[in-house]
Design a protein around this ligand. Structure first.
Ligand code: PRP
Ligand code: URA
Ligand code: MG
Length: 209
């Protein structure tokens, strides 16, 4: 079973608390989403392979390490995952971006796919799926399945808030996927919202409620 990494960095936890606060407006919520995504991208890319190259510093020859050309793609789950993409791209600007549109049916809470546009070479890329919320886990599991169907072999999942029950669903279907979450909250309410959570991430990022 691949690991679940729960963040403990004070900057991440501080910004996450800002996001939880109902008083936090769209601008600050969006900024915090972007910033946490950037900080978590740093954690999730610790295993990127390096190679040694020869360079000239102003003083001497040196052997220096650079990332060895790994092909990466980020796949935000629409809509809310879009709030995390700019922060990720600030760290890895050359990454390709695929989009998967899923919404949760409000009655069944099951994910419904409505859009998919992925890089043509997605099967050759290491993919990080991003979505601020893993509640029942249905959307994340479905997104990962959609990528595997298209031949993707190496997938990580990055979210801000999750529940243990949602993570269990993802891990059961996809034991190979390493997961990064800023926090794990205690429960889901009867509408499938994470409690205490932060509300509807998509609505708070885009100001739709
Ligand atoms: O783990 P689950 O129970 O599947 O729930 C999580 C999903 O719910 C939210 O999306 P939503 O359906 O609200 O769509 P939106 O991003 O367009 O608001 C969230 O961004 C996840 O994609
Ligand atoms: O708490 C939740 C659960 C699903 N989607 C959200 O945006 N928030
Ligand atoms: Mg939503």
């Amino acid at each position: 079973m691949a690991q679940i990494h729960v963040m403990d960095h004070p900057l991440i936890l501080h910004k996450l608390s800002l996001m939880r606060d109902r008083q936090t407006g769209v601008k600050e919520f969006r900024e915090a989403t972007r910033e946490i995504a950037m900080l978590m991208c740093y954690e999730a890319t610790r295993d990127l392979p390096l190679k040694e190259i020869n360079i000239e510093t102003p003083l001497a020859h040196a052997k220096a390490r650079v990332i060895s050309g790994k092909k990466i793609a980020f796949v935000p789950i629409l809509r809310a995952g879009l709030g995390m993409i700019d922060g990720m791209l600030e760290l890895i600007p050359a990454a390709k971006v695929g989009h998967l549109g899923l919404y949760r049916d409000p009655d069944t809470l099951k994910p419904v796919e409505y859009y998919a546009k992925l890089p043509v070479d997605i099967a050759e890329r290491d993919v990080i799926v991003i979505d601020p919320m893993v509640a029942t886990g249905g959307s994340a599991a479905e997104a990962i399945s959609a990528l595997k169907k298209r031949g993707v072999k190496h997938i990580k999942l990055m979210c801000l808030l999750s529940t243990q029950e949602g993570l269990d669903v993802v891990q059961k279907e996809h034991p190979d996927v390493e997961i990064f979450t800023a926090a794990i909250d205690p429960e889901l309410n009867e509408h499938g919202y994470i409690v205490p959570g932060l509300g509807d991430a998509g609505d708070r990022i885009f100001g739709t409620k």
